[in-house]
Design a protein around this ligand. Structure first.
Ligand SMILES: NC(=O)c1ccc[n+]([C@@H]2O[C@H](COP(=O)([O-])OP(=O)(O)OC[C@H]3O[C@@H](n4cnc5c(N)ncnc54)[C@H](OP(=O)(O)O)[C@@H]3O)[C@@H](O)[C@H]2O)c1
Length: 324
C-alpha cells in the first residue's frame, strides 16, 4: 500500500482528500493531513472526507511523519510565497531528498528552485509532478511531454490569470472601469483582498517562468520576465480596441529567450481570446502549427490535475515493480 500525505488541508486539500477515498482499492491510502497548526495521522479505518469534525492536529512539523518514513507520496498544497518559495519549498526539498514522490500545486517552489528540485528528484529516482501549478486542470505539461514529443515548441502564449481576465472581460462587455470590475471580482471571491500579485502581472509571470523552465529546458527566474500588469488599462483603451474588433488581454509569452507579461491587443475571434475566468494557452509548434488549449484555470478543476499526477506516480510505481 502506498502511503500518501497532504500538507495544506484547505480548499484543494479537502477536495483531494475526499477523492482519495476511492483509491484504497488501487493501493493508495491517505495517512497524513497537515495544516498550519500541525499534522494528523489517520489510521486506515477512517475514510478520508468523513473526518468531520476534525480531531486536533498534533502541533508539530508536518515533516515529522515524512522523516519517520510514514509517507511515500507527499502532496503539497500550501499558500505560496513567490519570492522565497516557502513554506512549500522546504517541504518538497525534504521529501524528495528522502526518496518520497511529490505532487504540488504551489508555484513558489518551482519559480524559485525549479532546476534544484527537478535534479534532486532525478538523482533520487522519484517523481516530482506539478501539473496543477499552471492553468488549473488544463493538462499542459502532460500533453507537451507525451503527445507533443515528436514536435518542437517554437513559442508559447497564454492567458494564465483568471482574476485579471474576469476584470478585463467585465470592462470590455459592460464598460466597467477597472476599480469597479475589481470590486465585483472581490465580492464574488474571484480576487484576493490584496489583488496586487494578479493585477501587477506577477502571478502570470510565475506561470511563464514555470512553463519556460519545464518545457523549453531553460533556467529562468522571475526577474527574467519583463512584466507589466493591467493597472493602467483604461475603459477608453478597451473601447478603442473594441471598435477595431479587438480587446485587451493580459498575455504571457515566451518567444526565444524573451519572457514577458503585458496587456496586449487580441482579436475577438482569436482562439486565445477567452472570457471570464477561463485560461487559454497557445503553443506554436514546428510541425503542427498552432494548438490552443482552453479551460478553467483554478477552482475544483485543479484537482483533476492533482489526480492526474497521482495516477502517473501510481502507474510508474507499478511499472518499476514489474507489475505492468
Ligand atoms: N485554489 C485553486 O484553485 C488553486 C489553483 C491552482 C493552484 N493553487 C495553489 O495551490 C495551493 C493551495 O491552494 P488552496 O486554495 O487549497 O489554499 P488554501 O485554501 O488557502 O489552503 C492552504 C492550506 O495550507 C495550510 N498552511 C498554511 N501555511 C502552512 C504551513 N506553513 N505549513 C503547513 N500548512 C500550511 C493552511 O492551513 P490552515 O488551514 O491552518 O490555515 C491551509 O490548510 C496554493 O499555493 C495555491 O496558489 C490553488
Amino acid at each position: 500500500m502506498i502511503s500518501c500525505g497532504i500538507i495544506g488541508y484547505g480548499f484543494l486539500g479537502r477536495i483531494l482528500a475526499k477523492r482519495l477515498a476511492d483509491y484504497r482499492g488501487r493501493g493508495l491510502e491517505l495517512r497524513m493531513l497537515a495544516n498550519s497548526k500541525g499534522y494528523l495521522l489517520l489510521d486506515g479505518d477512517v475514510p478520508p472526507g468523513d473526518i468531520t469534525p476534525l480531531p486536533r492536529f498534533r502541533a508539530s512539523s508536518p515533516l515529522e511523519p515524512v522523516e519517520r518514513g510514514l509517507v511515500d507520496l507527499l502532496v503539497v498544497l500550501t499558500p505560496t510565497n513567490v519570492r522565497t518559495g516557502e513554506p512549500g519549498l522546504t517541504y518538497i526539498r525534504e521529501a524528495l531528498g528522502r526518496g518520497v514522490d511529490v505532487v504540488t500545486a504551489d508555484k513558489g517552489p518551482l519559480v524559485v528552485a525549479f532546476r534544484e528540485l527537478t535534479s534532486l528528484a532525478e538523482s533520487m529516482g522519484v517523481s516530482f509532478c506539478y501539473e496543477a501549478t499552471v492553468g488549473g486542470g488544463i493538462p499542459i505539461f502532460s500533453l507537451a511531454r507525451h503527445s507533443l514529443m515528436g514536435d518542437r515548441i517554437i513559442s508559447i502564449r497564454g492567458i494564465l490569470n483568471g482574476t485579471t481576465n474576469y476584470i478585463l472581460t467585465r470592462m470590455h462587455f459592460e464598460g466597467l472601469p477597472l476599480d469597479l470590475a475589481l470590486q465585483e471580482a472581490q465580492m464574488m471571491g474571484l480576487a484576493e483582498r490584496d489583488p496586487s500579485l494578479d493585477l501587477e502581472g506577477i502571478d502570470s509571470a510565475c506561470k511563464i517562468v514555470i512553463l519556460a523552465n519545464a518545457l523549453l529546458g531553460v533556467d529562468k527566474r522571475l526577474g527574467d520576465v519583463k512584466v507589466r500588469g493591467i493597472n493602467q488599462v483604461t475603459s477608453d483603451a478597451i473601447l478603442a480596441a473594441k471598435e477595431l474588433g479587438m480587446t485587451i488581454k493580459l498575455v504571457g509569452s515566451i518567444e526565444g529567450d524573451r519572457l514577458s507579461v503585458a496587456p496586449r491587443l487580441v482579436r475577438l475571434n482569436h482562439p486565445l481570446c477567452v472570457h471570464g475566468t477561463l485560461n487559454a494557452i497557445e503553443f506554436k509548434l514546428d510541425i503542427m502549427g498552432d494548438l490552443t488549449l482552453i479551460g478553467r484555470g483554478a477552482g475544483e478543476s485543479t484537482v483533476s490535475a492533482l489526480l492526474s499526477d497521482i495516477e502517473w506516480i501510481l502507474n510508474r510505481r507499478a511499472y518499476l515493480r514489474g507489475g505492468r
